[in-house]
Design a binder for this molecule. Structure first.
Ligand code: NAD
Length: 271
């Protein structure tokens, strides 16, 4: 019999952190081994299960990241870029897997994760849901099948609290579309249109971000040609899909060799 996987949750009083505490507690084959919050947070000392609304699970929230990582087989992190990079370094030293869901990472942050993945398993995805992972694969495929006669635009909408734009998922979809066309997103990306912009440049990949209310996350990739348009859309109705994907990634990471993996690898969508 294999032991339950011990999973630590960083930022356990946050929106995603609470959802992850609930999911890890519900799933078979894993349990919450620790939960942290930032120093000074009002939830410190309270039970992580109580904070997430499922009742006491015997795991008090602490600010001790090193212990969280040392006690866990895998750590799930939906926080902020600096916090995720620091946990990548802790996980590298301890050999603990890291499931990194934080968005808005800079190129330097991505390099830090890549370096840490030389010594441990890191699963990195700006969107951990099954549906968006499939949308990424479809976007790459469709972009590769249609030429520049079809303009690619990516529209996303999120709740009013979101701090980064375009969303990490939208940028991921842009990367997928660019890969399908064998170009670099940085060469064709258009994130701002304002004022007298002139006509659209052929081959560019445009982004538009809407913010409002409590929208969990809507993404549409538009392929717009002369006289016809194809739209691939995903709508998230609950954050549970991201937390479930993160738990799935944590369970999948067991026994895998060090490396930087995507959700495509976790779900077996890789070619
Ligand atoms: P949130 O602000 O509700 O939660 C973040 C939590 O991290 C807060 O409770 C904060 O106090 C805590 N935190 C900050 N510093 C910490 C530290 N040093 N140690 C421990 N905890 C610390 O934010 P959220 O809505 O849960 O989103 C978090 C991140 O996850 C964002 O980048 C968001 O875009 C991303 N996200 C990714 C996915 C995905 O599928 N990959 C899905 C949803 C959200």
């Amino acid at each position: 019999m294999v032991d339950d996987m011990k999973i630590g949750i960083v930022g356990a009083a946050g929106r995603m952190g609470q959802m992850c505490v609930r999911q890890v507690s519900e799933w078979q084959g894993c349990s919450v081994s620790g939960a942290t919050e930032v120093s000074g947070h009002s939830a410190l000392g309270h039970d992580a299960g109580e904070v997430s609304g499922i009742g006491n699970i015997g795991v008090p929230l602490t600010a001790d990241s090193e212990k969280l990582v040392a006690d866990a087989d895998a750590v799930i992190d939906f926080t902020s870029p600096a916090v995720t990079v620091s946990h990548a370094n802790l996980c590298m030293r301890a050999g603990t897997a890291l499931i990194a869901g934080t968005t808005g990472l800079s190129d330097g942050d991505e390099v830090a994760l890549l370096e840490a993945s030389a010594k441990t398993v890191i699963v990195r995805a700006p969107n951990m849901s099954v549906g968006v992972t499939l949308l990424l694969a479809l976007t790459e495929r469709v972009a590769g099948m249609l030429d520049d006669e079809f303009d690619i635009e990516i529209v996303e909408m999120h709740h009013r609290h979101k701090v980064d734009a375009p969303s990490g998922t939208a940028l991921g979809l842009g990367e997928a579309a660019a890969a399908g066309r064998s170009v670099r997103l940085s060469d064709v990306k258009k994130t701002i249109r304002d004022g007298h912009t002139g006509p659209r440049t052929s081959g560019e990949i445009g982004f538009a971000s809407l913010r409002g209310g409590d929208v969990v996350g809507d993404h549409t990739v538009v392929f717009s040609g002369a006289g016809e348009r194809i739209e691939l859309t995903h709508k998230a109705a609950s954050r549970v899909i991201f937390a479930a994907g993160a738990v799935r990634a944590a369970l999948w990471s067991r026994g895998k060799p060090p490396g930087l993996y995507s959700m495509k690898a976790v779900l077996g969508f890789e070619d």
